[in-house]
Design a protein around this ligand. Structure first.
Ligand code: DHB
Ligand code: FE
Length: 277
């Protein structure tokens, strides 16, 4: 049966894409951010995952406000990036793992999650930049994108997202394959891009949340979406992706590495790698 090696969670600020394209990793503004990643890459190089489930939120590239699935999953052979208007150079298409897509689709729909299944799916910065950060040489394993709506209200509750992540874990472990799978969750941490609280960051909450993923991983499910928005900002609610990715590991996980740097653009930039116990 397939095995989950662990999860990696990271912020996905579009400016990271420009910084990587301009090779600014050592520039004073960027170095404290990029320094968080070599230990995570070393762990991935040792663990050699054969496939990645990438849990992220599309920001209007593939789904717009006219049609917004709560949960959507890719079942494509490859995933194309496109211009989102941020001025990030587009990246080459990413390979899909269609067997894993269908394993997840069968299992999750069987477990009462009403997924939208996508035979074609454009992937935005929230998918591409973490893949490039984690595998800068372009050798990312074939992936399955799994989208959770955090763009248009109403959003799924933290409790529901936690349950989805658990079911993703069960689906992978029930997969008749000898592949090693990493789950990637992208978004957060606290940030708000617009409105009266633009620039809002909550370091105390972010750090409590990061600790919870090791010590008490369903801790954040106690909060409603509105409470999470209040605590983390309108876009900080993207931390739901971290929650889903962590949930896939089951109860126990070992911290491999964590990093937190404020701010990158308007965002508290965090990253964690957790190994499945
Ligand atoms: C920023 C952060 C995001 O998560 C995003 O999707 C877009 C922009 C930012 O801080 O600039
Ligand atoms: Fe975002």
């Amino acid at each position: 049966m397939a095995r989950i090696i662990g999860c990696v969670t990271t912020s996905h600020v579009p400016a990271i894409g420009k910084a990587m394209a301009a090779q600014q990793q050592e520039a004073p503004y960027w170095k404290p951010f990029f320094d968080g990643f070599p230990p995570i890459r070393d762990w991935l190089a040792r663990e050699r995952p054969d496939a990645a489930v990438v849990i992220y939120n599309d920001h209007g590239l593939n789904f717009f406000l006219d049609k917004m699935p709560t949960f959507a999953i890719g079942a494509a052979e490859r995933y194309v990036n496109a211009d989102e208007g941020w001025g990030i150079p587009t990246l080459a298409p990413f390979a899909g793992d269609q067997d894993l897509s269908w394993q997840l689709i069968e299992h999750l729909i069987g477990a009462d999650f009403d997924l939208t299944t996508c035979q074609e799916m454009l992937v935005d910065h929230a998918f591409t930049l973490p893949m490039k950060l984690l595998w800068p040489d372009g050798d990312a394993p074939p992936a399955v994108p799994l989208c959770i709506n955090t763009v248009q209200f109403p959003l799924p509750s933290a409790r529901r997202v936690w349950a989805l992540g658990r079911a993703v874990g069960e689906a992978v472990r029930a997969w008749d394959s000898d592949k090693r799978v990493v789950v990637v969750g992208t978004g957060g941490l606290s940030h708000q891009l617009d409105g009266r609280r633009a620039g809002f960051i909550n370091k105390d909450f972010d750090q409590r949340f990061m600790r919870s993923l090791v010590e008490q991983p369903d801790w954040a499910t106690r909060y409603s979406i509105h409470e999470l928005v209040e605590l983390t900002g309108t876009q900080g609610v993207e931390l739901l992706m971290w929650l889903a990715a962590r949930a896939a590991l089951g109860d126990q996980a070992r911290l491999v590495h964590q990093h937190y740097h404020i701010p990158i653009s308007n965002t508290a930039a965090g990253a964690m790698a957790l190994a499945a116990a």
